[in-house]
Structures are given as structure tokens and as C-alpha cells.
Write a protein that binds this ligand. Structure first.
Ligand code: FES
Ligand code: MG
Length: 580
């Protein structure tokens, strides 16, 4: 079923409040538009489209977005809109410290307030590097003006010495080989120069590719947009097409609230699972759904994980391929055709058409890259949610990207309270550790990190690496990069910094996990846990002023999506439109 054609009248545009009437204020708005070289023909009766661009000169994933904004503008102008580019916080995953996750909600707030405070009828959201997709989507969802998401696109495959390199995954892999002494310093420099050879986001199935796929699956990007490599000319055409489309969306009044239904988010979870998604998807998707007023939680991921097979053979869950291969194999539309039985194809999308209409006719061109459901790379979903006395509110593991022998495991904990001491210890070749040990890091959650950094793929101890081991059970309240892999239990909630049971674990305690049973336990009696709790002293606060202070007062736990409590849709009365 396609959208009914209800056309908005020009007088009802939100921007008409700024440009439309004859008061002193609108005199100011119009005279200043004249000052910028615009004439009434440019704006009168036209939707004002804000291009919220997360381009910056220190965001390698977004370095082409300044040019692409020009393509978006071209589309907006062709369709009769009035484009204005509004720069927004860039959040370059690689450069921003301590972690971009500290600032995802800052971007979300900025986006919401940029839209609210300006004469904006519709928005084009330009991002792609990990936190930019959820940040942009969260803000636009709260404002609920027509919005379309333009993903930056994955970069081309990396290359070194005749080998294909994948973002993140191969940095970690070759770093461990360097530490194990199996590659030279010169090799390592070759990897460094070859791993990121075009603009665009990480081309593994990391958080960026996962989140842009989610944005598309939920219905907020044009069909196929998220699979197009940043360097492909199709990417420019997609940008222009998004510009054309948003103008129509304004006239159709097609807002996020009409697209982002519960069924649409469930579709996004299915697609994420089938792609072998980043664990970060869980946190962001929960936050996005809740902003849209949809109650999505860990149990929805757990349910999908038990039924949806991983069919996107893209690293790190997949064996060898990268996003460029995925695009040539047919991209996300083809993947959705393969898993159509798990999707609600009646969901309305930004095209005004249903998801089913958007993917009709898409074909798989390489059945090794996009596998048929009958030949998955992993039969169950890629993520599992575990619960138990160590994580009463849940934690996450990625069975599709780990050594299967740790799926059921118990071993003594080796606990570290901060990342610096862990890092030092793992380089000590005399460290008292065996392959059965469980390496534990705490104080790395939303409050403790602070900002829940991507430390969760705890580095393998050098001693074990030299013995030939490449995986072990690791446990933390941190996140890990979507390009990471290994038997890493993440997102333990509640986190240790606020007194979650992880805070009470001691070196030598036995930790037991059973992924099939979805359980995680410390083999410590309830009485002993109670004794330790009574003696527990909360750590001193991470911040006593500034943004970090506000963050620590309002950040929610991982299982709740790490949104700020006051940004939730149901928090307080709705904010009114600004007085003009
Ligand atoms: Fe930007 Fe990976 S660093 S997507
Ligand atoms: Mg990442």
C-alpha cells in the first residue's frame, strides 16, 4: 500500500512562520536572505530543506560530504526546494577522545535544536561514521519533521602486499601478529598505509555499515543507498535523488513518526542480524526506537537472534568479503529479498512506498557474499543476550565472530579496574594466566568509561599469543568496535561504576558462561555477594563540571540505549515551537 497523496499547502509550511507574514520579524528574515544573495523566487512557497552535514576536515569517513552536500543541494533545487546547509558535530570515530559515544547524545541534541530553532521544513541527514547515524536520527526523530538519511558510503577495500585489508579487523589482526613477532615493522607500516585507501566509512560490517543499513531498513534512506561505496559515482546520484525526494516528502508530510513504527524497527533488527551486525547496533537501535515512541528492548534482539541466520558474508562475522563485495553482490536490497520471510514488507518508507515495493526485483549476483537462507554463514543470529548474577540487566556476546569453544566455558577471573593497568599487564610475559582464564575489565561502562569506550575486545595477553592462542573469554561493561571479534562479553548492565555486580567480582572467582542457555554467572554465593556489596565504596565522580557532568547525571544504562533520560519522548511535556 503506498501513501495517500495528501499535499501540504505552502502556507502550512513551518518555514512560512519565518518568511510568510508581514511583521517586523519576517522583514528581518527576508532582508537577511536578500543579504545572502537570495531572491523571493528562491524561497517563496518553497520548502526549506536543511542539510545537516557532519563533514569536517578531521573526519576521514566524511571528508567527501562537503562535495556530496552540493549534490544533495542540486537535487533539492531541481525539485523546487530551498536548501540550507547546517554543519553539525562531526564525531570522527578515530580521532575523538575519549570516545565518540560520550558525544552521540550531544549530536542528537544539536540536531534537534538546529531543526527547532531554524526555519526548516525537512532535513537531509548526512553522516555514516559510527555515532553520527544514531545521533542524527535521534534528533530528527524527536523533532519529527520529514527527514531522509544520506549515508556516507563505505570506503573501498584496503590493500597491502597483494592482500585485501578490512578496516579495524585487520588492524587488530596484524597488531597481534606484530606483538607475536610473526610480521615485521615494515609489514606493519605497509598495513598502515594500505588499509584506508579511499574516503568513506569502515568497509567491514562494523558499526558504520550496520547503522546505515539499519537506517535504510527502518525506511529512512532511499532503497539501496547504504550499500553504495563512497567512491562510486552512484553515490553522487543517490545524494541528488535524496535531495529531490525530501522536497516531495515535505509536501506529502511524510514524517519519521509515519515511517518509524515498531514493525519498522523489528525489520531493522532482522536486517542487522542477517548482516552479522556490530554489537553497538543494540544500544543505538534501542535508543532510536524509544525516541520514536516504540518499546524495543534486548528481548527483541534475543528473539530475532534465535531465528534469523547470518547471510551477509562480510567480515568480521563473514569469512573474507567486505562492503564493496556486498555492493557488487546486489547490496542490501538483495539481502532483504533473501530474508523477506522475516520482514514486514508493508512498512511505509521514505519513498512513500512500502519496503516490499522498494526491494522488488532485487537480485543476488554472488551467492557466496549474500548467501541463501538455506546456506547461511551462521545459522542462528549473530548476537546473543546473556543474563545472570553478573549481569541482571543483560550483556551481549557475538557468537558469529568468536572461537566456538568459548560458547560454554568457565574459568577463573583476572580482574582489572582500569584499562591502563590491564594494558600493562597483558604485555608482561610472566603474567599468571592460562587460556582458560577470563580476562575482566570494569569501570568501562557509560558512567565509568566514561562514555562506554570501545575497549571490550580486551587485548590478548602476549604470553598466550606466543603460545599460539588468538582468542579467550573476555568480559567488560565496555562496548567493542563493530569491526572487532573474539569471545568478548560486552555491555554488562548495570555497569560496575554504579555498583552493578561486576563491581563485586574478584580475581580468582569462577566465571561461567553458557551461550546456548543465554546465561552468565559468577560462582559466588548470594551471601558472599551481599557481604561484598555492603563493603563496596562507590568511585569518585568522573566529572564535576561541563558537558561530562551533565552526561553523568543523565546517561542511561546500556540496556536502555544510553540516551539521556530528559531526551526521552515521554519525558515531561512536549517542547513548543519557538516564538518568532
Ligand atoms: Fe568512521 Fe569506522 S572510523 S566508520
Ligand atoms: Mg567502529
Amino acid at each position: 500500500m503506498t501513501q495517500p497523496t495528501h499535499r501540504k499547502a505552502a502556507a502550512d509550511l513551518r518555514s512560512a512562520r519565518w518568511f510568510g507574514d508581514h511583521g517586523l520579524r519576517s522583514f528581518g528574515h527576508r532582508s537577511r536572505a536578500f543579504q545572502m544573495g537570495h531572491s523571493p523566487e528562491d524561497w517563496a512557497s518553497k520548502p526549506v530543506i536543511a542539510i545537516l552535514n557532519t563533514w569536517s576536515e578531521i573526519s576521514p569517513c566524511h571528508v567527501h560530504l562537503r562535495d556530496r552536500a552540493a549534490d544533495v543541494k542540486r537535487g533539492i533545487l531541481m525539485a523546487g526546494g530551498f536548501p540550507i546547509e547546517l554543519p553539525a558535530l562531526s564525531l570522527a570515530e578515530i580521532f575523538v577522545k575519549p570516545t565518540t559515544m560520550l558525544y552521540r547524545n550531544m549530536l542528537a541534541m544539536e540536531v534537534e535544536e538546529l531543526i527547532r530553532s531554524h526555519p526548516v521544513d525537512g532535513v537531509v541527514l548526512m553522516g555514516g561514521c559510527d555515532k553520527t547515524t544514531p545521533g542524527l536520527m535521534l534528533g530528527a526523530t524527536s523533532m519529527d519533521v520529514p527527514a531522509i538519511y544520506v549515508p556516507a558510503g563505505p570506503m573501498l577495500r584496503g590493500n597491502w602486499a597483494g592482500k585485501t585489508l578490512g578496516s579495524g579487523s585487520d588492524s587488530f589482526k596484524y597488531w597481534e601478529e606484530l606483538r607475536a613477532g610473526t610480521i615485521t615493522e615494515e609489514d606493519w607500516q605497509g598495513v598502515e598505509a594500505g588499509i584506508a585507501r579511499s574516503h568513506g566509512t569502515c568497509m567491514t560490517m562494523g558499526t558504520a555499515s550496520t547503522m546505515t543499513a539499519i537506517a535504510e531498513a527502518v525506511g529512512m534512506s532511499l532503497p539501496g543507498a547504504s550499500s553504495i561505496p563512497a567512491a562510486d559515482s552512484g553515490h553522487m546520484r543517490m545524494c541528488a535523488a535524496s535531495g529531490r525526494r525530501i522536497v516531495e516528502m515535505v509536501w506529502e508530510d511524510l514524517k519519521p513518526s509515519r515511517i518509524q513504527t515498531r514493525a519498522a524497527f523489528l525489520n531493522a533488527i532482522v536486517v542487522a542480524m542477517a548482516m552479522g551486525c556490530s554489537t553497538n547496533a543494540i544500544i543505538h537501535l534501542i535508543a532510536m526506537a524509544r525516541r520514536a515512541g516504540q518499546d524495543i528492548g534486548l528481548e527483541d534482539f534475543e528473539r530475532a537472534s534465535r531465528t534469523v541466520p547470518v547471510i551477509g558474508n562480510v567480515r568480521p562475522s563473514g569469512t573474507q568479503y567486505l562492503m564493496e563485495d556486498f555492493f557488487y553482490a546486489g547490496g542490501i536490497r538483495a539481502l532483504m529479498v533473501e530474508i523477506a520471510a522475516f520482514l514486514d514488507l508493508s512498512c511505509i518508507t521514505c519513498t512513500g512506498k512500502t519496503l516490499g515495493e522498494n526491494i522488488a526485483g532485487a537480485k543476488v549476483y554472488n551467492a557466496d557474499v549474500i548467501r541463501p537462507v538455506s546456506n547461511p554463514i551462521y545459522a542462528e543470529g549473530s548476537l546473543a543476550v546473556l543474563k545472570g548474577n553478573l549481569a541482571p540487566d543483560g550483556c551481549v556476546i557475538k557468537p558469529a565472530a568468536m572461537d566456538a569453544r568459548f560458547l560454554k566455558h568457565s574459568g577463573p577471573a583476572l580482574v582489572f579496574d582500569d584499562y591502563a593497568s590491564l594494558k600493562k599487564a597483558v604485555d608482561d610475559e610472566t603474567l599468571d594466566i592460562t587460556p582458560d582464564h577470563v580476562l575482566v575489565l570494569r569501570n568501562a561502562g557509560p558512567q565509568g568509561g566514561p562514555g562506554m569506550p570501545e575497549w571490550g575486545m580486551l587485548p590478548m595477553p602476549k604470553k598466550l599469543l606466543k603460545q599460539g592462542h588468538r582468542d579467550m573469554l573476555r568480559l567488560s561493561d565496555a562496548r567493542m568496535s563493530g569491526t572487532s571479534y573474539g569471545a568478548c562479553v560486552l555491555h554488562v548492565a548495570p555497569e560496575s561504576f554504579v555498583g552493578g555486580p561486576l563491581a563485586l567480582l574478584r580475581t580468582g572467582d569462577i566465571v561461567a558462561i553458557d551461550v546456548d542457555a543465554r546465561s552468565i554467572r559468577m560462582e559466588v554465593s548470594d551471601e558472599e555477594i551481599a557481604r561484598r556489596r555492603a563493603a563496596w565504596v562507590p568511585p569518585s565522580p568522573r566529572y564535576e563540571r561541563g558537558y561530562g557532568f551533565a552526561f553523568s547525571k543523565h546517561i542511561e544504562q546500556a540496556d536502555q540505549g544510553c540516551d539521556f533520560d530528559f531526551l526521552r519522548t515521554d519525558f515531561g511535556a512536549p517542547v513548543e515551537e519557538p516564538a518568532i
